[in-house]
Design a protein around this ligand. Structure first.
Ligand SMILES: Cc1ncc(COP(=O)(O)O)c(C=O)c1O
Length: 377
């Protein structure tokens, strides 16, 4: 028996057709001159940063954003020549690497500006930077009062070009839109003060996925979708759901079967006790692969197109499921943890709901030892 199941028992398949579909869906919310900066941080939300970015570049995306210097360098080293913005805070010691790889920093604090100026002094063209203003997320950024006067100082001249002004919305997927409206108002006031100084900002951006759908006036000239690219949203029920397709499926394979008697236990600490003679299938995926231990006794997987429960504690490398109610299960039989099998499906938002988290965490958490396979419809 040689098949994908036996050569690669556990893998994530990434559907690049679904990714392209989601990008088109996002674009339908935008004015024709509004650009997309694809958020591919955290290994493209678990989808594999290089292949995802390359697939999006083939779809015409020219701007990407990552969280850290390392993520940006990985993309450059893979040959991506587009704009790559590093969203996270940078230390002085990281600036020479940043500039060597032509990565665009988001500056959230003035202390880094002299270091950037020094590092880019001999750069042939003005070096692009984005400035971040903090308007309610309570995270990175200049305070609204601090930012406009910076333009009166020499700090922003010289080799640096302020290519973008941004903020991050804290509650764009919340039920009440007033928090977002207040943030946008604060941001708008800062933007006006900067424009009144005669400064042109090529890119003004505030909108994550939820704001793309809900707040058209937050789009400005660039939007920053993450989760919608990957096929999910966390919008309230009152908002018409966007037409998205989940991109990632997580699959594994039965590696052993056993029957345990009534009273028999499964996994560490015997938390599952069989109430009937029970057929168990062992699956080679565990919390080291990102399948959370909180799914113990709670999660479901698909075998033979039917939902079966995880029994006992999720181990580091294995889980066990109860297949008593299925037709006899073979070794090598395919199992879907996230995705579609037959008529049934389990997607990352459902897995997230089982353990009180969000699909972001489920997707980002898929471990580095899980191979990603790329396919198109
Ligand atoms: C600054 C910034 N912009 C955009 C995004 C994308 O958000 P979402 O995945 O909700 O679209 C993120 C993700 O957390 C972010 O940190």
């Amino acid at each position: 028996m040689t098949s994908i199941q036996t050569l690669l028992p556990t893998y994530a398949s990434i559907n690049l057709t679904a990714l392209a579909h989601n990008l088109s869906c996002i674009k339908r919310y935008l004015a024709p001159d509004c650009q997309v900066m694809a958020i591919v941080k955290a290994n493209a939300y678990g989808h594999g940063v290089v292949e995802t970015a390359q697939a999006l570049a083939r779809q015409g995306i020219e701007r990407f954003a990552v969280a850290s210097l390392d993520e940006g360098i990985a993309l450059r080293q893979a040959g991506l020549s587009t704009s790559i913005v590093v969203l996270g805070a940078l230390f002085e010691e990281q600036i020479s690497d940043l500039v060597a790889h032509r990565l665009t920093p988001v500056v959230s604090d003035a202390h880094i500006l002299p270091v950037l100026i020094k590092a880019t002094q001999s750069h042939p063209a003005p070096y692009p930077i984005h400035l971040k203003v903090e308007t309610g997320m309570g995270r990175l950024g200049f305070s609204p009062a601090e930012l406009p006067p910076l333009f009166d100082e020499r700090l922003l001249g010289g080799p640096l070009q302020v290519e973008g002004l941004m903020t991050h919305l804290a509650d764009a997927d919340g039920k009440d839109s007033s928090v977002t409206e207040r943030q946008l108002e604060t941001f708008g006031a800062v933007l006006n003060q900067i424009r009144q100084r005669g400064i042109t900002l090529p890119f003004v951006h505030t909108a994550n996925s939820a704001a793309i759908v809900r707040f058209p006036h937050a789009h400005f000239s660039l939007v920053r979708p993450g989760i919608m690219l990957y096929g999910y949203h966390t919008l309230p029920d009152t908002v018409p759901a966007p037409d998205l397709r989940p991109v990632l499926s997580l699959r594994t394979t039965v590696v052993q079967r056993r029957t345990i008697p009534q009273g028999g236990t499964v996994s560490y600490n015997g938390t599952f006790v069989a109430t009937r003679p029970t057929r168990i299938a062992v699956l080679p995926i565990g919390y080291a692969d990102g399948y959370s231990r909180r799914l113990s006794q709670r999660g479901l997987v698909l075998i033979q197109g039917r939902r079966v429960p995880i029994v006992g504690l999720v181990c580091m490398d294995m889980i066990m499921v109860d297949v008593t109610d299925l037709a006899p299960v073979r070794i090598g039989e395919p199992v879907t943890l996230i995705g579609q099998q037959g008529e049934e499906s389990i997607w990352a938002d459902e897995v997230a709901a089982w353990i009180g988290t969000i699909p972001y965490e489920i997707l980002c958490g898929i471990g580095s030892r899980v191979p990603r396979l790329y396919e198109s419809d």
